[in-house]
Design a protein around this ligand. Sequence first.
Ligand SMILES: [Zn+2]
Length: 200
Amino acid sequence: MQNFYTADDFDIDAHVSADEALVQLRTGNRIYVEALDHKRDLSPERIRELFERGQKPFATVITCSDSRVVPEHIFMAGLGELFVIRVAGNVIGDLEAASAVYACKHLHTRLLLVLGHTHCGAIRAALDGEGGSVASLTERIRDAIGAVTDPYEASVLNTRTAMRELSEQPDLATLSAKGALTIAGAIYHTHCGVVDFLER
Ligand SMILES: [Zn+2]
């Protein structure tokens, strides 16, 4: 498996590459969908171990706050495995970008996944022209999707916009240029649980 970084780039323990992280996410989602195994280690021992040794998540995931779109479940990840940023419509504002920088720069996750989803209420609201108290979200989504009216296409465009905005963030761009970060996108299908990874 290809490594995206050299040992000289960082003085941390060997970490999970973006490709390995993607394999782990794909495998986790397959297990989730097939319901082969829903057991994860949430034991007091694991809590204690993570407290004592610190977190080393293998990927960062930015997704919607929708209660059906829970990355730790969708990817069958345990405590300490995913750094998750959630905001309605998975729009990227200053706080989300800063959280992503923290995860990628300081926790050294090599994969940053933007996970959009179908039947997203925030995208629906944007398509329906809602404003008022939710305008800070819907206006961002409308900017992202332009004249598109198909909700699925809108989800994909909104996800790709978030990916682009993250890639333009200077710290993340620097990491990407070093080969230390891959920004990927995917869509979660709310009706069946399958995650489709977008072509890069
Ligand atoms: Zn949503």
